[in-house]
Write a protein that binds this ligand. Structure first.
Ligand code: SF4
Length: 402
């Protein structure tokens, strides 16, 4: 049954709660839901109901298309001047011997190691340390662009930018313009956590606040550039904090239109100061993806990081509003594994990603960071295992001639 028929079937269900029916009607008519509706969905929306609504929106926007990209990460350091309670990744400066601090040459060496690989994006994010300052990052971006001009640099979050601009005594507008001039192409969505101060002050109190996070994205969007947004969910927040968080994003998106993708990030409780807080269930993960898709009507994409939630949950999420599962990664990030994700060495070949999407009945499309289509894998079959078998990246897919 297609997504529209499922929604019609749901609306004809006489036993459906009237308030849930009213929200489903809004979704069917393409109307925006209110903050009260959002909270009600979290409190009373069952998984099946939410899935019908979210999948209706997902298929209206993208059909069966599911995006992924070919990327790698550079994490300059895991030392950090901040001490976010949920963070399993960072070490304080006094624990320097437990951490790493990559030099400019080492980072350029990582970029060069992909010279023969058809990757389209480098994602740079890590801890906050004084030596990684404004001039360091400008030099790094410029050096990457000089070496490989076509590689899209998606780097740093308002947490880093707020810190380095303050140290350099430049305002957000000047600072972001300097970053753009140096070669920054887009911003990832991290550092958002939960915006509401009631929660933010308990879990991430020293770094940039919600207003600063939103301002830096707004400034970036006003330069004609794009970024993503995240929400760290499933810890000490209440449902209304999640809705408040998404409402702030929805309002900024109405003003600028610069966000591409919303990425719900599941709180993982391994080796951090909140290890006593239990993790939420997979059912709650799927409900959260679905409500994000329903609430953020002006966001083009909802992404699930397969490396964070497992390949199986990522497949399930494709039926609950998600249309993007991120990239090949190539075991270049430790952020998820150190927080306790099932994937301890996250890396997938193009073929594995394509097959993962196809197994879920969806249509795989490789995108670049800005969602331009790189390769449409709808009618692609891979050659039987051959000399390519060990390759991490398939250069030339074989077209199905039928
Ligand atoms: S979440 Fe980011 S800012 Fe906070 S401690 Fe970890 S690395 Fe530092």
């Amino acid at each position: 049954m297609d997504a529209e028929k499922k929604l019609t079937f749901l609306l004809e269900n006489k036993s459906l709660d009237q308030e849930l029916k009213s929200i489903a009607t809004k979704v069917g008519n393409g109307e925006r839901i209110s903050e009260e509706d959002g909270v009600l969905l979290y409190e009373r929306g069952e998984l099946g109901y939410l899935g019908v609504l979210a999948n209706f929106i997902r298929e209206r926007k993208h059909g069966d298309v599911t995006y992924f990209n070919r990327n790698f990460h550079i994490e300059p350091t895991n030392l950090c001047v901040y001490d976010c309670k949920f963070c399993s990744y960072s070490r304080l400066i006094k624990e320097r011997e437990d951490g790493w601090e990559a030099t400019m040459d080492e980072m350029i060496g990582v970029v060069k190691s992909y010279d023969s690989e058809p990757v389209t994006e480098v994602h740079i994010v890590g801890g906050v340390l004084p030596q990684y300052n404004l001039s360091f990052y400008m030099d790094l971006f410029a050096a990457i662009k000089k070496h490989r001009p076509d590689l899209h640099i998606k780097a740093l979050t308002p947490v880093e930018y707020h810190y380095i601009f303050k140290k350099a005594k430049v305002d957000y507008a000047s600072g972001m313009a300097m970053m753009k001039g140096a070669g920054l192409d887009s911003m990832p969505g991290g550092g958002a956590e939960i915006f509401h101060p009631e929660i933010r002050e308990q879990i991430a109190k020293d770094k940039c606040n919600a207003e600063q996070w939103l301002q830096i994205h707004e400034v970036w969007h006003r330069l004609g550039m794009h970024s993503n947004a995240t929400m760290l969910y499933g810890h000490i927040e209440h449902y209304w904090h999640r809705v408040d968080h998404m409402e702030k994003l929805r309002q900024l998106q109405d003003k600028t239109g610069g966000f591409q993708t919303f990425i719900p990030l599941k709180f993982r409780n391994k080796d951090n100061q909140m290890s006593h807080v239990p993790e939420v269930s997979v059912v709650e993960d799927l409900r959260n993806y679905a409500i994000s898709r329903i609430y953020l009507d002006n966001f083009p994409h909802i992404k699930a990081y397969w490396a964070m939630i497992s390949r199986e949950t990522a497949q399930l999420a494709l039926g609950f509003g998600v249309d993007d599962i991120d990239g090949t990664l190539d075991d270049t990030t430790k952020i998820y594994s150190m927080a306790g994700a099932e994937e301890q060495h996250p890396a997938m070949t193009t073929r594995e990603l394509v097959e993962l999407i196809q197994q879920a009945g969806r249509h795989p499309v490789e995108r670049d960071t800005l969602y331009n289509i790189v390769t449409d894998y709808k009618d692609v079959i891979f050659a039987e295992d051959s000399a390519d078998k060990q390759s991490r990246y398939y250069q030339l897919p074989v077209l199905n001639s039928k």
